[in-house]
Design a protein around this ligand. Sequence first.
Ligand code: URA
Length: 195
Amino acid sequence: MADEIRGCTACPLHRSARQAVPGEGSAEGRILFLGEAPGYNEDVQGRPFVGAAGQLLDELLRGIGLDRTKVFITNVVRHRPPENRDPLSEEVAACDVWFQRHLAVLQPKVVVTLGRFAMYKFMPGQSITRVHGKAQRVGDVTVFPMFHPAAARHQPSLRGELVKDFQTLAQLLAAPGPDPKKPEPVAATQQTLFG
Ligand code: URA
């Protein structure tokens, strides 16, 4: 699938980007981190979250005893938008085919969305300030929205929110709970995942 993504020409971003950034990590943990789009470093290396935002993500993962080899990390769009502009809705729509394939293959118990573009995949138009750090069941998937690590670099107050949200995520992952493959109505506050 990574090779298929590397050959993708479904939107114009492949023309300006150096290469695609398909995503990487482990399927076993069944935790999918979804970022926004590759930036400069990701475009050069072909790997997600390898720049400054990635360093913070690694730190936050380590803080709850995880690392990037135990989760899967990908982005809403898999080619870098020129000058790091926001991805356009047509680009997001064109790249959705890969997200759906990732969901089907990885069957994540939880999708952690980083930033509003990733959150919009499940909760279009929602306010990230309102919903971050709260697990929500959307269809068959448990979604855990968070601020984007890059936002915390520009707004230091968000860093504390991210640290807190990672602690909440750790609790969610540690507690026993239903398998999202067998959906049943569970209040978001009672929702737990592993065990
Ligand atoms: N920001 C993202 O959203 N994704 C990356 O891969 C890197 C930075």
